[in-house]
Design a protein. Structure first.
Length: 381
């Protein structure tokens, strides 16, 4: 592809992203940073719309008493372990301040965004679970309904996360998706959803975090807190999509038995605090997350972005998946890189710590990265 005019001309193309950027969530922060950086590497001026997520429209209704009890339990849990959430939030805020290029105005509601729409040349829906209607509900902001008529709208690697959309929200997508000049999704399931909704074939492109190389992520992670000088196994096991416990404990213990290494439990629960030859990390920010994956000797994870960083950094790993789980994100990236055998169920007993031959997966990943950057350039022309 030819270089963008903005690379050669004095006037830069003003491009904006809307995504879930200010969430205390590793994947959300890192995908937002990566997409912004790659857009700027291509030659555009990129800004993220500083849109509050979640706001009132995204939150499930909870009784006052239920909400009070929930916050009280969270406060007690944090107090018991020394309030690591405060240190973690500070690390996130520093990354947002140092690395995010945000719009000058902050928008706290969908109505504010529509009433005072920021002016750009190109509007782009970013990645992560921006089209997961179980999170976004009826908010049309992530479908760029606020953008002015006649302006170019694109979607890069947008994820529905699940295999379907609840019927109550389908009309929003049927109304707004046809207005996009270009649409790409993150999983194969998204291809079928868009086809069913608006009868349009769309490509799968890589998650923004895969647009950056290991070396580029190493630069980003400079200054991260180091939790140990010893070699370690990284266990990043979340339970929001499904609960892998207690079955997954066998996998972690077996890998530890075979290697003799310390286990770092990232964002773990109370149940992991007193396990032998291990430590719990609860205060990591985005930089620490990248650094922990980059230096791990083995990774066990239930996370999509945990899987992505393991592959990008060529780590031996297992991704724990649930049989029949409708969340297709992990299975999609494993299939694309030819690493389906690294996705296992939590009750798997045949565990091996042998390394992975990354020659073919790396070749497939590089092809996928180049294809995705080519698509991104086409969006910005």
């Amino acid at each position: 592809l030819r270089l963008l005019p903005s690379v050669c001309d004095s006037k830069l193309i003003q491009q904006t992203l809307i995504t879930m950027h200010k969430v205390i969530n590793f994947g959300s922060a890192l995908q937002a940073y990566a997409l912004q950086k790659k857009v700027e590497d291509i030659g555009c001026k990129a800004e993220m719309i500083d849109y509050k997520y979640p706001n009132a429209i995204h939150k499930d209704k909870v009784s006052f008493i239920g909400n009070f009890i929930k916050h009280l339990i969270h406060y007690i849990n944090c107090a018991v372990v020394g309030f690591p959430n405060i240190r973690q939030t500070k690390r996130y805020k520093k990354v947002w301040k140092d690395y995010f290029h945000l719009s000058s105005k902050f928008y706290s509601t969908e109505q504010e965004l529509k009433a005072n729409c920021p002016k750009y040349d190109i509007y782009m829906t970013g990645s992560d679970q921006v089209w997961n209607s179980r999170f976004t509900k009826s908010d049309s902001s992530f479908l760029l309904e606020f953008a002015p008529e006649g302006k170019k709208k694109c979607a890069y690697s947008s994820s529905f996360a699940y295999d379907d959309i609840p019927n109550e929200y389908k009309f929003l997508y049927e109304k707004n998706l046809p207005k996009y000049a270009k649409i790409s999704v993150r999983e194969e399931s998204g291809v079928r959803i868009v086809k069913d909704l608006i009868n349009k074939e769309v490509p799968v492109v890589c998650d923004p975090t895969l647009l950056l190389s290991k070396e580029e992520w190493g630069e980003f992670a400079n200054g991260a807190k180091k939790y140990t000088k010893e070699p370690y196994i990284l266990a990043y096991l979340l339970a929001y999509s499904f609960d892998p416990f207690p079955d997954v404990d066998f996998i972690v213990n077996e890998i530890q038995r075979q290697t003799g290494l310390k286990v770092i439990h990232l964002d773990a629960g109370r149940r992991d605090y007193f396990k032998p030859n291990s430590m719990v990390v609860k205060d990591a920010g985005p930089k620490e997350f990248v650094d922990l994956f980059m230096n791990a000797k083995f990774v066990i994870t239930t996370s999509f972005h945990g899987t992505v960083f393991s592959i990008n950094f060529k780590k031996p790993f297992y991704s724990i998946i649930k049989d029949g789980n409708p969340d297709s994100r992990i299975s999609s990236i494993l299939k694309l890189t030819g690493l389906e055998n690294r996705g296992i169920y939590a009750n798997e007993k045949n565990i091996s710590t042998e390394g992975i031959d990354y020659s073919k997966p790396t070749e497939k990943l590089e092809e996928f990265r180049c294809y995705s950057i080519k698509y991104l350039k086409e969006c910005l022309e």
